[in-house]
Design a binder for this molecule. Structure first.
Ligand code: NZQ
Ligand code: ZN
Length: 385
């Protein structure tokens, strides 16, 4: 195990009723907030009204940036930065899923930067400070509520890029699973696939991480049990709560401690989203089993068998290759059972951009579990068609 420093300074307020603390928590960081949210789900499920009430009770004034798209756009970030600069915003307050939170993080950084915010997405080292971010999470998926990353799309260049900076780590995040009960079956399934994928990205790495890998298996089992339950019964609080907390831990840095981790499937999926604006988790669910089949070899079969035995209850007595293949089949079947697609054609993607998408993805795969060339990535896209 390599040396590491583990520090996640985000304060988490988890559970029923924790939203009540929002006014007090926000007021710690300033008296003027920018509310950042999406297409209106927060108005339909009542959380918006309650947020306004809580801010008013603590004397926090606010401006609003509604309409953040899933796969948030740099144009929306720019709009938010302008509001922050013109109105002297103290604290940025996203309410929603990963898209609103990611958008808010780059707004917070852009508000403290003289150039264009896209420059920060291209090079996170340019982020020297950011306004404080306090999040209210309404969808279990990305883990953005407890990580330093934001993913932003630029429609002009067909780029969807992740940027990381400690300065963008939320100061506090409120996680009340009750507010995720209004997430529909599709986004619940996509969110679960995203959490599973984050865990797998950390699990399948060149260096073994014994304790972290056992923790990863526990997170995977949690998602497998409760993802399907939440899809079937949206008001299953236990399922919603477990998914929400698993989502934060899958990506807050813990699972990769002591090993080198370069992600494999996410760079490929980000190309799908960049070119076709698909839902992130759906793209991951399609690509993951195909990626697994592609990287299965004498060198990796042992790890895939361990995955099968510890996560999917495959018999330890089974032949290595048989066990590994069965584990991959079970992964694919699970995504299908949650109502997710198995092929790119099902979400309207053809092979017209595979070449360029594969090149872009492959440039980010050096050091991944299995280093893939752009030809190999293109083959995975074709297999997934
Ligand atoms: O826009 P509204 O009306 O709020 O509706 C949203 C949206 O349509 C809806 N929703 C959210 N909470 C709801 C709800 N509907 C009903 N009830 C609720 N309580 O769900 C839809 C999807 O929301 P979105 O925020 O786009 O989903 P998600 O949380 O999956 O975020 C996806 C984005 O995060 C990026 C993805 O690439 C994508 O751009 N990621 C961010 C990461 C990070 N920051 O670390 C890592 C991830 O791998 C990922 O790349
Ligand atoms: Zn993801």
């Amino acid at each position: 195990m390599d040396n590491f420093i583990f520090k996640v300074p985000t304060a988490i307020y988890f559970g029923k009723g924790q939203l009540d603390r929002l006014g007090m928590v926000t007021a710690e960081y300033g008296k003027k907030a920018l509310l950042v949210y999406g297409g209106g789900s927060i108005k339909r499920n009542g959380i918006y009204e309650r947020v306004i009430q809580l801010l008013q009770e603590e004397g926090v004034s606010y401006l609003e940036l509604p309409g953040v798209d899933p796969n948030p756009r740099i144009d929306t970030v720019r709009k938010g930065v302008r509001i922050c600069k013109e109105h002297g915003i103290d604290v940025v307050l996203p309410i929603g899923g990963g898209s609103s939170i990611d958008c808010a993080k780059v707004i917070a950084a852009g508000a403290c930067y003289d150039g264009d915010a896209w420059e920060l997405v291209l090079d996170g080292r340019k982020i020297k400070k950011a306004l404080p971010v306090v999040t209210v999470l309404t969808l279990a998926a990305t883990g953005s509520e407890m990580d330093p990353t934001a993913v932003i799309s630029n429609l002009e260049t067909n780029d969807k890029l992740g940027v990381k900076s400690e300065h963008m780590l939320p100061k506090a995040s409120i996680l009340d699973p009750t507010y995720t009960e209004t997430v529909n079956a599709w986004h619940t399934a996509c969110g679960t696939a995203d959490i599973i994928s984050h865990t797998l990205e950390n699990y399948f790495s060149q260096k073994e991480g014994f304790m972290q890998d056992r923790m990863a298996e526990a997170l995977l089992k949690t998602c497998i049990e409760f993802g399907v339950k939440a899809v079937k019964d949206p008001h299953d609080f236990t399922a919603r709560a477990n998914l929400m907390w698993a989502g934060s831990w899958a990506i807050n840095g813990f699972l990769k401690l002591g090993k080198e981790v370069v992600w494999s499937v996410h760079p490929m999926e980000h190309e799908l989203s960049a070119y076709y604006d698909v839902t992130h988790g759906a793209g991951l669910a399609i690509l993951t089993p195909h990626w697994m089949r592609h990287v299965l070899s004498d060198a990796t079969v042992g790890k895939f068998k361990t995955y099968g035995v510890n996560v999917w209850n495959v018999s330890p007595d089974m032949d290595e290759w048989e066990a590994a293949r069965l584990a991959i089949d079970k992964t694919a079947e699970y995504f299908k059972a949650m109502g997710l697609p198995s092929h790119l054609e099902e979400i309207g993607i053809g092979e017209e951009n595979f070449g360029i998408m594969a090149q872009k993805a492959a440039s980010r795969l050096h050091g991944a579990y299995v280093d893939l060339t752009s030809e190999q990535v293109e083959q995975i896209f074709k297999d997934a068609l």
